[in-house]
Design a protein around this ligand. Structure first.
Ligand code: UD1
Ligand code: CA
Length: 447
């Protein structure tokens, strides 16, 4: 049976009122990307033949996030059974196996879905296989009613008896169905039989049993089946993903001195023998080479760092920062859309934006590239081996030649030739004895 085709339907029509947000629930981020993107990666790892995402009205952002996977719009939210029915036209005459997932359950793993699918394709040939779990707090989940011959029904919490509510085995919502039999079950789901008046997908189990079909369940881990319905649950899901990303970084050969205070993005790439001190945050799009040292309190996004570089403490790299091998980026330095070449040093209190810092150049404390005039951005080019004295302002567009020296406190507005000295600051005036005279006069006034 292993050659049967697979389709996946992802239900994501709920706005998620408990998130109290204008953003659709599944667009809220985990490790720097929408939670539905995490789920879609897991879905794609199963190599399904078809995938459809059911969204609500005004959820174009979800459509864009899952593209090129097609979406269908459920205009009225009439229940999970109704949501699945909306995917029918998109699946056409598909008659393989169908997995139904919730967009707000992003932590489920491919291994668990494979187990679900193996049961669906197993000798019992069940019409419906449900992924059950035993949460610490079973609270309002639907309950699996199991008999000797397998799964008999799912009762929703609000429709369950006291005895049924004591059953710890809950419905995660994830199901695998036989595509040849499922639409006839979905068609017969009756919204008048439950207290909410909704089309309950869960009723497919009892309907299949009434047809004489077998239904079954497999059990999953509660941590994978966490549904994100609130900001609190979002934070729990974030913690689960971060724990995995920290483990992966350490397994890849990075030292995390205090793993719990390092926050990764889903796509952070880290080489070997990298040392990361406490309190470091990685936004999306960061690539780090080997033997890089990242001291505490750094914040990086959209940047690359080559082998042997040293950063921080308190360094900020913004999108487009490219740090060369063995470069030093020190405390309170911000770098944006700029290349710092091999061995260059930018060690203190500096802003480098829209610029190149040539190999081996030294940028003194307090240097600012003045890249923005309120309308457009301009480029600063600092040559190899140049030395920029402290507290200089480099007014872009401007070029500092290879090996040139800029005197401290300069405001550089013109090109500096290679090997030249540029000093652009007020000339020092010295008046001998002026300070002593001044003090004498003031003291005399006061008597
Ligand atoms: C559902 C299950 C319940 C299970 C629980 C697990 C049913 C009837 N109940 O309950 O047994 O324990 O999930 O979390 O299925 N959705 C739509 N369109 C709709 C309704 C829902 O797309 O019309 C989507 C939601 O966006 C969400 C998912 O389906 O991703 C689940 O919907 P929700 O209303 O949260 O179901 P529960 O009442 O929690
Ligand atoms: Ca729910």
């Amino acid at each position: 049976m292993a050659s049967r085709a697979l389709a996946v339907i992802v239900l994501a029509a709920g706005m998620g009122t408990r998130m109290k947000s204008t953003l659709p629930k599944v667009m809220h981020p985990l490790a720097g990307r929408p939670m539905i993107r995490h789920l879609m990666d897991t879905v794609h790892s199963l190599s399904p033949d078809r995938v459809v995402v059911v969204v609500g009205p005004d959820m174009d952002s979800v459509g864009a996030a899952v593209a090129p996977v097609p979406t269908v719009v459920q205009t009225q939210r009439l229940g999970t059974g109704h949501a699945v029915a909306q995917a029918r036209a998109a699946l056409g005459d598909f008659d393989g196996d169908v997995i139904v997932l919730y967009g707000d359950t992003p932590l489920i793993t491919a291994e668990t879905l494979q187990r679900l699918l193996a049961e669906r394709r197993g000798p019992r040939d069940p019409a419906v296989v449900v992924l059950g779990f035993k949460p610490d707090k079973a609270s309002e989940y639907g309950r699996l009613v199991v008999g000797a011959e397998g799964l008999k029904a799912i009762v929703e919490y609000r429709d369950a008896t006291r005895e049924q509510r004591e059953n710890p085995l809950c419905n995660s919502g994830v199901m695998a169905l036989d595509g040849r039999r499922m639409w006839s079950l979905i068609d017969r789901i009756d919204p008048t039989t439950n207290s909410k008046g909704e089309y309950y997908l869960t009723d497919a189990v009892a309907l299949a049993r009434a047809d004489g079909c077998c239904c079954s369940f497999v059990e999953g881990e509660q941590i994978e089946l966490l549904g994100v319905n609130s900001r609190g649950e979002q934070a729990i899901a974030e913690a689960v993903i971060q724990a995995k990303l920290r483990d992966a970084a350490m397994e890849g050969g990075a030292t995390l001195i205090d793993p719990a205070s390092v926050w990764f993005s889903w796509d952070t790439k880290i080489g070997q023998d990298v040392v990361i001190w406490p309190h470091v945050v990685f936004g999306p799009g960061v690539t780090i080479g080997n033997r890089v040292e990242i001291r505490g309190f750094c914040h990086f996004e959209g940047c690359s760092i080559a082998d042997g570089a040293t950063l921080g403490p308190y360094a900020r790299l913004r999108p487009g920062a490219k740090i060369g091998a063995s470069a030093h980026i020190g405390n309170f330095v911000e770098i944006k859309a700029a290349t710092v070449e091999t061995g260059a040093k930018v060690n203190h209190l500096t802003y480098i934006g829209d610029a190149r810092v040539g190999a081996g150049a030294n940028v003194g404390a307090g240097t600012i590239t003045c890249n923005y005039d309120g309308f457009s951005k301009s480029f600063t080019d600092i040559g190899a081996g140049a030395f920029i004295g402290s507290n200089s302002a480099l007014v872009a567009p401007v070029k500092i030649g290879d090996g040139a020296i800029v005197g401290a406190g300069s405001v550089v507005t013109r090109e500096v030739a290679p090997g030249a000295l540029a000093v652009a600051r007020g000339v020092q005036a010295d008046i001998p004895g002026w300070a002593d005279n001044f003090r004498d006069q003031q003291r005399a006034k006061k008597g």
